[in-house]
Design a protein around this ligand. Sequence first.
Ligand code: ADP
Length: 386
Amino acid sequence: MGIGNDRSPFLCAISPLNTNDSPCTRTNADTIRTMSTQRLISSSPTSEIEDQTNWALRPQSLDEYIGQSELIERILIAVQAVQARQNGKDDSEPREHLEHVLLHGPPGLGKTTLAHVIASELGTNLHVTSGPALARGTDLVAALTRLGPGDVLFIDEIHRLPIAVEEFIYPAMEDFKIDVCLDTGLNARTVQIKCAPFTLLGATTRAGLLSSPMRSRFGLAHHLKYYSQDDLVHIVRRSSGLLQMSTPDDDALSTIASRSRGTPRIANRLLRRIRDYAQVRHDGQINTQIVDDALNLEGIDQLGLDELDRSYLSTIYSVFNGGPVGLEAISATMNEDSGTLEDVVEPYLLQIGFLARTKRGRQITPRGCEHLGLKPIHTEPIQSII
Ligand code: ADP
């Protein structure tokens, strides 16, 4: 997400995305994590430049937003209801606002995009910040007092909001007021500050880490699902038009979609890489053979797995006899950060059924072995805890 770039009339950046991520405070683990997440098939943005390119590919309205049909229908109804109520009012009456919305799901599925779309549909401003950037209560007060009536406040990674700040936000979400404590000891007093009625749009990849008081304050909560093959074909076709490249043929579009791990951000990234390959090695036209060649060059196979995924699976297979094995043991063997493996590698392998998480640890499934061209070790059914 690009904060601080004035790229939209509706975007007002509040503070840097993650103040803790300055280069001088990064730990070794952060550096390893950054290296590993800079994979072509990483679902998180890999650079600021990529973020800017993605900006051009973002749908601008609910009509343009592809997939997630149930969510879009719920949002559409809520937005139209707000607009209908607002139309019946004159300018002196308080502006209607949308209920608070919580979006959860893996990175790259369109949570930030939807925040922009909602603000634009409501004709209000979007203010963007993130959980780690709101380190103190005063950061939140500054953010809330800047909001105009009906504005949308987007808090990315809302699960990383410190508890002290979380408690400030409850009265703001319910009654649009903030109780600020001034001074300490005998001089301590509480001042109540009002803010304009607003919509809080929280996004998280880890809904389980949200406290239940926080979760219960959202009127609309929705889990974003991985995109279907058809939706991804549609997204890639649209993006190729926006990038002013010659549209890949239908087979090529399906091949790109099937290697995108159900994630629009990855689909767009693969498309840009294939476009470069087609321009340099061919005449710019994209067909299935060119998609195959470009992605093979990047080490991405038919299911969108890359070298890191395959080496993770083959470590479990060859070193730990197929598992079950603990994450720390795999991480030590691969010399890879365990957080990266858990957040970046495992979710997709679990989703496609190549990996099972059992009570005793991680285990490669027969399908996973088959994909690597290896003979399955375990043939009995696996008791997965997922
Ligand atoms: P998240 O906030 O969930 O990490 P983003 O909203 O930043 O994901 O989406 C990443 C990119 O994927 C966007 O820049 C956009 O180009 C593309 N994208 C996401 N969702 C859609 C969608 N429904 N239709 C078309 N493109 C999408």
